[in-house]
Design a protein around this ligand. Structure first.
Ligand code: ABF
Length: 263
């Protein structure tokens, strides 16, 4: 009998192979590789295509985990800040693949469960196309329904003040994330920051608001973009694990590119 764990793994793998099949073209030169367990299958799928397919590509990690993944797979590695400069700007990635913690009806994402959100957003916004690879466990009508808290990357120095500001914004019990059980203290990101997990009631989509409501519903729930904008105004917040409509035209691209497979 197939266990639930096996079904979950095969679902992640199916989503990843499908994403690579549909969205990694042989002509691509720079490819973002995100973090998490689903992305492991993305790399596996790339490798399965053979060196003739991927040897002309360079892979850009979103942190130490995906750096290790790229190196172990024998793929060409380039850090996000070491891309060649063309016409005065770092070359755009052709595509970036990454996982997600929760995906809403409009294909906005919560990310950062793995504490890599800042570099994930940096790589995603440096790409012409962003492909979120997620199985159906991640789908919910509104963000903060299944994945209850928004991961927020903060400067350690600012953490106490950020916690106070978050409470004032309606987050009931925001908390600094702890490290691994084997490691005492706070979870420290690849950038030397801490993560605050801030619970919020389900986040509204713009279409949930009436013409007289701005930024919040009559129930006091935040609309996703308004909340993200307000959070980013708080001194000490480096990045917020809400991915929506970033990179202009990729708001639509994100929707089209989502790979969701049912286990
Ligand atoms: C990264 O890994 C994160 O943004 C997200 O938190 C997590 C998803 O991991 P998994 O694929 O293991 O569910 O994409």
């Amino acid at each position: 009998m197939t266990s639930t764990a096996d079904l979950v793994e095969s679902s992640k793998k199916l989503a990843a192979y499908r994403a690579v099949e549909d969205h990694l073209l042989p002509t691509y030169k720079f490819v973002g590789i995100g973090s998490g367990s689903t992305v492991v299958y993305v790399v596996e799928a790339i490798v399965s295509k053979g060196p003739a397919f991927y040897s002309g590509m360079t892979f850009v990690p979103t942190g130490s985990q995906s750096k290790g993944l790229i190196k172990t797979a024998g793929l060409n590695l380039c850090y996000v800040d070491e891309r060649p400069v063309v016409n005065g700007a770092p070359v755009a990635l052709d595509v970036a693949f990454d996982g997600a913690d929760e995906v809403d009806d409009d294909l906005n994402l919560i990310k950062g469960g793995g504490a890599c959100l800042f570099q994930e957003k940096l790589v995603a916004t440096a790409a012409k196309k962003f492909v979120a690879v997620a199985d159906s466990r991640k789908q919910s009508p509104r963000l903060c329904t299944k994945w209850k808290a928004i991961p927020i990357e903060v400067l350690p120095l600012a953490a106490p003040d950020v916690l106070t500001r978050l409470r004032a914004m309606g987050s009931p019990n925001p908390a600094v994330r702890s490290g691994l059980p084997s490691k005492a203290g706070e979870c420290v990101t690849d950038n030397g920051m801490w993560i605050i997990d801030a619970p919020f009631p389900p986040l509204l989509l713009p279409k949930d608001l009436s013409s007289t409501e701005e930024g919040k519903g009559s129930n006091g729930y935040w609309e996703i973009q308004t909340l993200a904008d307000e959070l980013l105004k708080i001194p000490g917040i480096v990045e917020v694990g809400l991915f929506y409509g970033f990179n202009g035209s990729q708001a639509a691209g994100l929707g089209k590119e989502l790979q969701a497979q049912k286990p």
